[in-house]
Design a protein around this ligand. Structure first.
Ligand SMILES: Nc1ncnc2c1ncn2[C@@H]1O[C@H](COP(=O)(O)OP(=O)(O)O)[C@@H](O)[C@H]1O
Ligand SMILES: [Mg+2]
Length: 225
């Protein structure tokens, strides 16, 4: 089943008098339970495409269709609701909240996603997910006491705690060494398969491509293969 489609997406940034065409008509579609990796030189438009796909910024043209709904036509509030309840995000840096424990980082995300679970169920779910990402033993720790790889595991837990249908990741392994990078990619792959998530991921690490189901190469705002 195709759950996510990008049709002829274009993006132009205007800097003063100058228009820069950053995406020149991108088409792609994704099936549930599959990882698509976007690769390409720096500046080729990968992050711009990912943030448009994730509803974090609007396209200048074209359509983004999630489960039959055209996100391009939605209000900001409509997009916010989808983002909060159906999408998960992982970035290069973990972006954990410094004054919250590991457990509370995930509790906060459940709150944002407007979960219907009781507080007790939420706590149970958080522990379950922390086990999945191998971080339950650090549930009371603050981010400052975690290693880079551990922080990224918590960030992955936070990205999937509300059972999103889509997972967006922008260079999730860029700040990690090669062993940690592999661990993180294996984790993302296992979670994608186990929960039947549709994952769109940007990477510039060739070694990570073997964990993707599809690889798309971008150049100058176009998919070249
Ligand atoms: N908010 C913005 N305003 C102006 N130009 C931008 C903005 N975001 C990205 N760009 C430009 O778009 C191009 C593609 O950027 P990006 O999508 O970040 O590429 P990548 O992730 O492949 O490195 C770059 O030339 C960048 O300078
Ligand atoms: Mg980028």
């Amino acid at each position: 089943m195709t759950t996510f489609t990008i049709q002829d997406v274009r993006k132009t940034f205007t800097n003063g008098e100058v228009n820069e065409q950053v995406l020149n008509g991108i088409n792609l579609s994704q099936q549930q339970g599959e990882i698509t990796a976007l690769v390409g030189a720096s500046g080729s438009g990968k992050s711009t495409l990912l943030t448009i796909a994730a509803g974090l910024q609007r396209a200048s043209g074209g359509q983004v269709i999630f489960e039959g709904k055209n996100m391009t036509d939605m209000t900001q509030e409509g997009i916010r609701k989808i983002r909060a309840s159906q999408f998960g995000f992982i970035f290069q840096s973990s972006h954990l909240v410094p004054f919250l424990t590991v457990e509370d980082q995930l509790m906060l995300m459940l709150h944002v996603s407007e979960t219907k679970m009781s507080k007790r169920e939420q706590k149970e779910e958080v522990i379950k997910v922390l086990k999945l990402v191998g971080m339950d033993h650090r549930k009371d720790a603050y981010p400052a006491s975690l290693s880079g790889g551990e922080k990224q595991r918590v960030a992955i837990g936070r990205a999937i705690i509300h059972k999103p249908k889509m997972l967006f990741a922008d260079e999730p392994t860029a700040s990690l060494d090669s062993k940690r990078s592999k661990d993180v990619m294996i984790l993302i792959r296992n979670l994608t398969k186990e929960f039947n998530i549709t994952t769109l991921l940007v990477t510039h690490d060739e070694e990570m491509l073997s964990y993707a189901d599809h690889v798309i190469t971008m150049k100058d705002g176009l998919i070249i293969y």
